[in-house]
Design a protein around this ligand. Structure first.
Ligand SMILES: Cc1cc2nc3c(=O)[nH]c(=O)nc-3n(C[C@H](O)[C@H](O)[C@H](O)COP(=O)(O)OP(=O)(O)OC[C@H]3O[C@@H](n4cnc5c(N)ncnc54)[C@H](O)[C@@H]3O)c2cc1C
Length: 321
């Protein structure tokens, strides 16, 4: 069975990997631009944002992602990562109570007083939640390893149209397939002219990891393949997608959030990476017969691989039946 996947971010690369493992012959068409999954260091963090919400699939997703990283490393791919835990400082008792209400019983956790935090924090935090099964990974490396390990044929082009059985590409022409899976991310839905909610964010890359364990509230500090990052997805949600830019006011906001987390003295900014993520999870077969995994929001590496595996299983079962 031949399956064509549009998009080689974490959604498309995971889908290609899972479909190939299920016996399909996979072609991936990718424009090679505006790929949110190239994020230099992404958190695998089951407890989200400032609300402390936990997705029902967070634990399964986290376990699946770490399992994939181990499988890929066993196959010889290097995926810089640290399953080092994640620290979530919270500002007051109310925020702690909100977080506690959301924590499922089977999620490993410990609460610390700020002075006992495993990583030194700036003053002003009331409590620190430690999530020992979380961590960070190199988004670009994981995505590239999944794509390479899938053995998929990769066509570098921007699909201009598609239906359930074929993709049209300006350069590569018409690609026929038994099924088409769209994993276009933020840029892809914008190119397709779809209404959507896009959210830009930026990581400053740092010459050193300020904290060995990622620390996250409002923004995150994490180790990276080289040095570390300070980042967040924080621009105002927008109905249109714009190529990556970093307004100066955003730079000030991000540095302020970083200083609120911990002492940044001694760290140098070496660069920046800006991307856009897409809200509104859509997965499974669509009314037009195509398949789709889009709208992973800020949970691309927490849930993307697991959801791709579910999609691949459904797609392959639908063809076998
Ligand atoms: C600043 C920032 C920080 C983030 N931090 C985290 C984090 O800590 N943890 C976490 O889990 N997630 C994080 N995310 C979110 C995560 O990056 C995304 O959820 C995830 O990468 C989305 O993956 P995707 O495969 O859906 O889309 P993308 O990675 O955007 O990939 C889509 C691909 O499809 C291609 N494409 C689109 N349309 C077409 C077409 N018509 N033809 C051919 N190719 C096409 C694009 O060129 C692109 O390569 C962050 C995002 C940002 C912006």
């Amino acid at each position: 069975m031949n399956i064509a996947v549009i998009g080689a971010g974490i959604a498309g690369a995971s889908a290609a990997y899972c479909l190939a493992r299920g016996g399909a012959s996979v072609t991936v068409v990718d424009a090679g631009a505006h790929t949110a999954s190239q994020v230099p260091s992404a958190l695998v963090n089951p407890v989200r944002g400032q609300s402390g919400g936990v997705d029902p699939q967070a634990l399964a997703g986290m376990g699946f992602t770490w399992g994939l990283v181990r499988d890929l490393e066993a196959q010889g791919f290097a995926v810089p990562h640290g399953q080092s835990g994640v620290l979530r400082p919270v500002p007051d008792d109310k925020a702690r109570a909100r977080f506690e209400r959301n924590l499922p019983p089977d999620l490993a956790r410990a609460w610390f007083r700020p002075e006992d935090s495993p990583q030194p924090l700036a003053p002003g935090w009331a409590h620190v939640l430690s999530l020992p099964d979380g961590g960070w990974l190199d988004g670009r490396a994981l995505t590239a390893a999944l794509l390479a390990a899938s053995g998929a044929r990769v066509v570098q082009d921007r699909a201009s149209g598609w239906n359930a059985q074929e993709i049209h590409c300006p350069r590569a022409g018409r690609l026929k397939a038994d099924a088409v899976v769209f994993c276009g991310g933020s840029a892809g839905v914008a190119w397709a002219g779809e209404a959507a909610t896009h959210r830009m964010g930026t990581l400053l890359t740092l010459d050193r990891a300020v904290t060995q364990t990622p620390v996250s509230f409002g923004a995150y500090l994490a180790p990276a393949r080289e040095g570390g990052v300070l980042g967040a997805t924080f621009e105002t949600p927008a109905p249109t997608w714009h190529p990556e830019a970093l307004p100066l006011s955003s730079l000030g906001w991000l540095l302020g959030k970083g200083l609120r987390l911990t002492d940044l003295r001694g760290a140098q900014v070496t660069g920046r990476w800006t991307g856009s993520r897409l809200s509104g999870l859509t997965t499974g077969q669509q009314p037009d017969g195509t398949w789709r995994l889009t709208g992973l929001g800020s949970k691309g590496f927490l849930l993307g691989p697991l959801l791709a595996q579910d999609l691949a299983a459904q797609l392959l079962a639908s063809r076998a039946g």
